[in-house]
Ligand binder design. Structure first.
Ligand SMILES: Cc1ncc(COP(=O)(O)O)c(C=O)c1O
Length: 396
């Protein structure tokens, strides 16, 4: 391997959410809780960023930009940015989009909060599939709209959409938008083209807009293929696609993402109301990621595949009653441990207190997620092994 994913990098002193923000995010009220572990003794398997260094090609691009020495007001003007993104989507997904449709945002989460407001009227509802990434719900709550959940069907850890439920809800309730996760966090499903077509047809037939959050689309287990939802519906302008290099290349803190809005009317609202200036270092990093990141990503995917195999074997041996399948995408393991902790509700607190492991679980994923923990496996294997050892010991 050209890149070293075994290196343990000290994140102290970087204001990382992962190391310094866990009390605030996972535990309320944060300051009152004392754990039998010092903060730096925890194995951190919670928030979805990685313990790996970003690719040196990206770091070099940021250094090159620093060398220009002036950091004035900035926005994407250079057409090479668009070309770097569409070359990437063409290379990886055989899909491109019009230049005019691309806008950028300081993250997909802020874009979701805005788009919900721009698309929905005050009496309309928004549908999400559960379990769900919690910010989908937060974006709806923030806009004071009603949330409608459609539970995914779970067969031994393999999740599918309940199309009858989706059809009934989008037909009968005043739902104008679905926020969709493709591939799905937390289950890790890579939806097949057939599933995507069926899903898209139901929504469009019932006049439901779709925001397809594809932030995890580059992080697939080898052998899987991602299909952008919009690729299957080239004539619809009601599908907004969110993509980014931030999750793929571990630079979420640079806060930059691509939002592809084919509908002129919504894009005009976006342009009128969105504060559109950007961070010059983020633009340089993202463009470099799309231009030079392929080899690093290939190696990352192999390392993650290894971490998932390791985890499967470990859990089969040490927690045989846990239900776990290697996900098709993401670096997140979604593990049902209900057999071991049938009554425990606050799983984050349980594992922080009893195992010294920081993780997310249960109702942090909105609904249909009782008894589940989500483990972030994007860490050196030695760290992963220690985390799994502690989890198994706490449950054993
Ligand atoms: C489905 C999904 N969307 C969005 C985000 C975060 O997006 P951003 O960092 O671009 O705001 C995450 C991060 O975990 C995610 O899992």
């Amino acid at each position: 391997m050209k890149y070293d994913f075994d290196e343990i990098i000290d994140r102290k002193g970087t204001n990382a959410m992962n190391t310094d923000g866990f009390r605030e995010y996972l535990f309320q009220p944060a300051d009152d809780i004392a754990f039998p572990y010092a903060d730096d003794e925890f194995i951190r398997m919670w928030v979805a960023d990685m313990e790996f260094a970003a690719p040196p090609e990206i770091i070099q691009a940021v250094k090159d930009r620093l060398d220009k020495r002036i950091f004035g007001y900035t926005k994407v003007f250079d057409p090479n940015y668009y070309l770097s993104v569409t070359n990437w989507t063409q290379r990886h997904y055989q899909w491109t989009f019009e230049k005019e449709h691309l806008v950028t945002s300081p993250g997909i989460i802020p874009a979701l909060y805005e788009l919900v407001e721009y698309i929905c009227k005050p009496d309309e509802k928004v549908l999400i599939f559960t379990p769900s990434y919690a910010h989908f719900k937060h974006a709806v709550d923030y806009n004071h709209l009603e949330l409608v959940c459609s539970d995914l069907i779970n067969q031994q850890g393999y999740y599918t959409m309940n199309f009858d439920d989706l059809d009934a809800k989008t037909k009968n309730e005043k739902i104008s938008l679905c926020i969709f996760c493709n591939p799905h966090n937390p289950s890790g499903r890579v939806w097949t083209p057939e599933e995507l077509k069926r899903f898209g047809r139901i929504c469009l037939k019932n006049n439901v807009w779709i925001i397809s959050d594809e932030i995890h689309c580059d992080l697939l287990r080898n052998g899987n293929v991602h299909t952008p939802l919009a690729k299957l519906f080239p004539h619809s302008d009601r599908i907004i696609t969110c993509m980014g290099a931030s999750k793929t290349f571990n630079m979420a803190g640079l806060m930059f993402s691509n939002i592809i809005i084919p509908c002129n009317e919504i894009r005009d609202i976006w342009k009128a109301r969105h504060y559109s200036l950007e961070n010059p270092l983020s633009i340089a990093a993202t463009q470099a990621a799309y231009q030079y990141g392929d080899e690093w990503l290939e190696q990352l995917k192999c390392y993650l595949d290894g971490n998932f195999d390791f985890t499967r074997q470990y859990l089969e041996t040490c927690l045989p009653k846990a239900v776990f399948r290697i996900p098709e995408a993401t670096y997140l393991a979604w593990v049902n441990i209900r057999a071991y902790l049938p009554r425990e509700e606050n799983l984050s607190l349980y594992f922080a207190s009893n195992a010294g492991v920081l993780l997310e679980g249960g109702n942090m994923f909105v609904a249909n997620s009782d008894g589940y923990i989500r483990l972030n496996l994007a860490c050196p294997r030695s760290v992963l092994e220690e985390g799994l050892k502690r989890i198994c010991k706490a449950l054993g």
